[in-house]
Design a protein around this ligand. Structure first.
Ligand SMILES: Nc1nc2c(ncn2[C@@H]2O[C@H](COP(=O)(O)OP(=O)(O)OP(=O)(O)O)[C@@H](O)[C@H]2O)c(=O)[nH]1
Ligand SMILES: [Mg+2]
Length: 341
């Protein structure tokens, strides 16, 4: 059988075998021989080989894919382990994560520092702190309001401090920049919302308009035409209610030139912030405001939201007091907060 397979290949089959003796007397004294007839079905052997080849190739490709994935996972794990579990930068990573900075972002920042400045040596603690401060600052986009800004809209989830922040900013613009400030509210949804803003308007003597519909917005804007700057308050919308967010977006479509703030609370957990910033994207917000910094000691969510959206932060608010508890967003200060906790 081995001889047949050697000569004809693994597909060979035995068709016939028989014992043969040499003819004549001598045949009785010598052992019988075996005569084998073997054949190969070339057609079926080829197609089988093709099948075998295709299946083998697929198996190879699968195995190769699995192997590639394994190598990638091992590489990622190794990177994480050297950096996080065993590496000298573990305490920094741990601190950032405790501050609410997303694990991956913390890891990226430390890896970037190591690549940029490490030269294969462990960086000293003082140097590391400075570099980390710089790195966080780099990721924290902040942007002041352009001088040309005329219509400012405050959007965001419920209860984050939109109306309060609007009132704080209105007072600042009027007091320190001597601007003529007008207010519009489209929050006719919540009982007392109009009154809340009207109270601020009355105290500061600013004109206020209420817009019930997107069309009404044009009228409200016209009646405030002689104001330098107009602040628009909107109803808090749940990121999980698509209809509410769409309705708000159609209102804002009437204000193509507006600066749209997405107001976020620094106390909101990162996974919820991601949902909010994604859902509100259709409103066209171009700046973020973080409120209630006084109510948390974890400032990582601010960094996460900025780096996730790529939108800069314009203001931070640090308490309920109108108009005092508001400041322009400063990357250096936020980075310090994240580092000091
Ligand atoms: N601690 C703290 N409280 C704040 C801050 N900003 C606003 N608040 C409070 O948060 C609560 C809600 O504020 P609002 O301004 O009414 O919030 P809103 O986003 O307009 O709420 P809705 O219009 O209902 O969606 C109020 O009690 C504010 O005083 C802040 O920076 N720190
Ligand atoms: Mg409000």
């Amino acid at each position: 059988m081995q001889q047949i397979k050697r000569e004809l290949g693994p597909e060979a089959i035995i068709i016939q075998s028989r014992k043969v003796r040499k003819k004549g007397l001598i045949g009785f004294f010598t052992p019988p021989k075996v005569e084998i007839t073997a054949a190969v079905d070339l057609a079926s052997s080829h197609s089988k080989q093709d099948e075998f080849g295709a299946a083998a190739e697929m198996r190879w490709q699968n195995e190769l894919g699995e192997l590639k994935q394994m190598v990638q996972q091992m590489f990622a794990l190794q990177q994480k382990q050297t950096l996080v579990d065993q590496g000298p930068y573990f305490p920094y990573w741990q601190h950032l994560v405790m501050q609410g900075v997303e694990e991956k972002l913390a890891q990226t920042m430390l890896a970037e520092i190591e690549n940029e400045y490490g030269n294969g040596e462990t960086l000293k603690d003082e140097v590391m702190k400075l570099l980390l401060q710089k790195k966080i600052q780099q990721k924290l986009l902040t942007e002041k309001l352009p001088a040309s800004a005329r219509i400012l809209v405050f959007t965001g989830p419920t209860g984050v401090g939109k109306t309060t922040t609007l009132a704080k900013l209105a007072a600042h613009l009027a007091l320190y920049q001597k601007k003529k400030v007008g207010m519009i509210t489209i929050d006719t949804y919540r009982i007392g919302a109009v009154e809340q803003l009207r109270t601020y308007a009355d105290i500061t003597g600013m004109p206020i308009e209420v817009a019930m519909t997107p069309k009404d917005m044009t009228r409200a804007l016209k009646s405030l035409a002689d104001q330098d700057i107009i602040l628009v308050d909107t109803a808090g919308r749940s990121a999980k209610n698509s209809l509410q967010v769409m309705e708000l977006s159609s209102f804002l479509a009437q204000l193509p030139q507006a600066e749209i703030f997405l107001v976020l609370s620094a106390t909101t957990k990162t996974s919820d912030l991601y949902l909010i910033v994604d859902k509100f994207r259709q409103t066209g917000y171009n700046r973020l405001i973080f409120t209630k910094l006084d109510e948390t000691s974890n400032y990582g969510a601010i960094l996460n939201a900025i780096s996730f959206t790529g939108s800069p932060a314009a203001y931070l608010t640090t308490g309920q007091s109108v108009p005092d508890d508001i400041e322009e967003a400063d990357a250096e200060k936020i980075a310090e907060l994240i580092l000091k906790g």
